[in-house]
Design a binder for this molecule. Sequence first.
Ligand SMILES: NC(=O)c1ccc[n+]([C@@H]2O[C@H](COP(=O)([O-])OP(=O)(O)OC[C@H]3O[C@@H](n4cnc5c(N)ncnc54)[C@H](OP(=O)(O)O)[C@@H]3O)[C@@H](O)[C@H]2O)c1
Length: 278
Amino acid sequence: MNKLERVLAADLAAREASMPLARAQMSGRVWAALLAARSDASQAVPDPLWSPDEFAAWSLYSPLLGLGDGRPFLFAQVGQSLDGRVATPAGESRDVSGRDGLIHLHRCRALADAVIVGVGTALADDPRLTVRLADGDNPARIVIDPSGRLDDGATVFRDDGCRRIVVQACGRDRPAGVEIVRLPAHDGCMDAGAVAAALHDLGLRRVLIEGGGTTIGRFLDAGLVNRLHVGIAPLIIGAGRSGLTMRPPTRLAEAQRPRTRVFCLGGDVIFDCAFGTG
Ligand SMILES: NC(=O)c1ccc[n+]([C@@H]2O[C@H](COP(=O)([O-])OP(=O)(O)OC[C@H]3O[C@@H](n4cnc5c(N)ncnc54)[C@H](OP(=O)(O)O)[C@@H]3O)[C@@H](O)[C@H]2O)c1
């Protein structure tokens, strides 16, 4: 780190310490800087001329640009209601996050090499997993489908030039061009660490776990998530799928307590949670 970078890092730490609830305002110049830093980590330096709100946007997204050591840097995001739901009991989920929350999700995709969904999400939503509400490249698409429940016609498998990867325990064939990672399952569960290691072997260094709650929970239970963004939209659903499904602690004292910062992003609030050194 040279002298200027040290001064900027100290400035960054001081500004972060003074913003318990920051309003993040993404601008073209901050997003351009984040995309540059995505390609070359040495470019990950904020500009002192940015406004406090632009600086908050940088501060929200730049930690997602980490690189894992021997496994991908894993970050996850959930867009949920005030009562922690991501879908109604009937499975309707598309408008839980407001438009700002959706743009946030697309930014997260644009910063990742690859995006993971569980087969529950692939079946419920048939998502495209592309970047449409931000500038940036589409990530590779990964589905965890241990027993081969997803139809070959699913949108995630569509051949649009992106890598498509399925992680499975079964011997099912997949559409041409879809890469298959085969891992053992015990009681239907594949070891999340083995999934992460396999993705690293495929050259993926920065991976977004988009959902759903079961899939994120498996990686959280294994202590593999570096960063988690929980976006909260101001609506109450009352019942339905919960944002995170994890192994319950025996006592409240054993609950995970990540280091957390809070950002206002338009109409949504984002809790930025850091685990370990992430
Ligand atoms: N608002 C948001 O941010 C957001 C984002 C994404 C999804 N969603 C919503 O979330 C809901 C789906 O979530 P969900 O929790 O039911 O399902 P999910 O997490 O999408 O998928 C869970 C399934 O994926 C497979 N899986 C994932 N990790 C595995 C592992 N380590 N080992 C073995 N299998 C693994 C299992 O498949 P098998 O069951 O075949 O064993 C598991 O049951 C949908 O309603 C969707 O709309 C919301």
